[in-house]
Design a protein around this ligand. Sequence first.
Ligand code: HEC
Ligand SMILES: [Cu+2]
Length: 397
Amino acid sequence: MTSLLLAGINDWLHRVWFKPANSDLALNPDGSLKFAGVDWVFMFILWVSIISFIIIVVPMCWWAWKYRRRPGFAAQRTPNHNTLLEVTWVVVPLVVLVFIFFWGFHGYMAAQVARGDALTILITGQKWNWAATYPNGATSGETKFLDDMTMPAAKQGGQRGNQGVPVLIVPEGVPVRFRMTSTDVIHSFFIPDMRVKMDVFPNRYTSYTFTPIRATAKTASGQYQDHVIYCAEYCGTNHSEMAALLRVLPVSEYNQVVEEWGNVMGKMHEEKKPMWELGKWVYESQGCRQCHSIDGSKNTGPSWKGFYGKDVPLSREGGEKFSLTTEDGWANYIRESIIYPQRKIHAGYEAGNMNSYAGQLTEFQISGVIEYFKHLNGVKTDATVPDPKTDRKTKAD
Ligand code: HEC
Ligand SMILES: [Cu+2]
């Protein structure tokens, strides 16, 4: 009876603190709680705290009351030593703490040391987007809107409202290692459901590893119930919206999607899609939309609508206007703004908020962005997506 009650309380407390895990760092392959896994150790520490609290505070209150000062009772002299008692309260907590350290360290190493055959996915943090690069060079090809439940901040954000965030995928039951770096400030790649979190630094790699246990469930209407990824390091104004989603797919499905994502341009080329659609894809999947709107509204960066074909007011050199008249002039301005964002600063916006995308975007993708600018501003363009075989990465000199 008591044990049933305790098990019930234990379950309830577990649910108070944790959303269901989906990682081998907390679960056995059959989904049961793993001995000395993250959740297990947490619950162990919680119970140690609860029991210590009771052992210390209940007698303390009781004795404070029992030995309160009363008329007619002389205060007793306290005995000053009890070796057995003192050895007990040193040795028992010591043993418990050593176990906590041991299990904690054990769990930490499990998340640190990847199996040799782990699938390595590169993660780049950049204000305010998470970009994943898969072994075949694919980047995330799907974005999704967060609902109010998963990320209330996304709804409140007066500036941009509810942003779409990239969906990352990993295969079910396969050890995965995220190797992470940042192009600007310190971020932190936090996936609560996988029980992993690690700071992400510029000019340095950090990593962690885990094996997702189950494929992501779908709702009755076929919507994936993806795991939320947060940035857990305060990294600037829109830090709270620096999120992504993680989806665990059965291995064969994972392989298929990664191949599709790796061939976005190839497919567009085959289907003779207009170039601006490639630019739209860049806008949606490479983080541009975290800072630029396409409806004319002001954001961290200038809107992409309503600026092509007009004078650009620059903030340097006494607010001079930068007049562009030729198509090449515009193309160069846009390209330069992407590769060297610091050179010409649009008045009213901060230098240093946008990072260079040199090495991240290809020449064709930048051309796509240029065509997308035209498209958004009512300039007709009829270029189609060229064969990506002839494409190359951009680089700053
Ligand atoms: C972290 C916010 C941020 C992100 C992400 C971002 N930008 Fe920017 N961008 C800015 C800011 C701020 C400016 C204005 C200051 C400047 O010129 O550097 C700007 C300016 C620009 C300009 C010049 C526009 C003008 O009106 O002068 C272009 C073009 C541009 N960005 C393209 C891109 C592309 C393409 C991407 C995605 C691959 C992108 N930006 C991602 C913040 C961002
Ligand atoms: Cu961040």
